[in-house]
Design a protein around this ligand. Sequence first.
Ligand SMILES: CC(C)(COP(=O)(O)OP(=O)(O)OC[C@H]1O[C@@H](n2cnc3c(N)ncnc32)[C@H](O)[C@@H]1OP(=O)(O)O)[C@@H](O)C(=O)NCCC(=O)NCCS
Length: 109
Amino acid sequence: MRTGDDRAIGQASLRTLALFAAQAQVSYWVVPAARGAHVAARATRALTDWAFRTVRLHRVFLLHSTANPASCRVALDCGFPAEGTLRGHMLHADGWHDMHVHARLSTDL
Ligand SMILES: CC(C)(COP(=O)(O)OP(=O)(O)OC[C@H]1O[C@@H](n2cnc3c(N)ncnc32)[C@H](O)[C@@H]1OP(=O)(O)O)[C@@H](O)C(=O)NCCC(=O)NCCS
């Protein structure tokens, strides 16, 4: 993602890509100065559409800390409904965080 002046303002990417299972995890972040314009949702929606249509994935999921309501909003805005909570799943600087799972299926299109 780049602004008109060619500086990166964030990223959205596929990670833990498992082609044999037609699944991947998506992650995103936006630099503080560029937040507030739905950049993450727009980029994640475009990336996920490409992953379904071109890579032919079946399921794309994401995880976010339950202490991160902005990321939960992004997930819902991109059409990733919440599926549940993984308890103590990820170690952050302040300790273990519970993580929400969200996912979109190609058949949700
Ligand atoms: C999460 C993140 C990517 C969102 O950035 P963004 O695309 O600029 O998102 P916006 O600021 O436009 O906000 C998107 C939505 O979240 C809401 N939101 C933003 N901050 C919020 C907060 N602290 N609490 C609740 N909702 C919040 C906005 O109101 C907006 O809601 P809407 O869709 O109903 O209008 C960005 O905050 C970030 O990079 N955070 C740090 C890294 C991170 O958390 N990455 C995700 C890890 S899973």
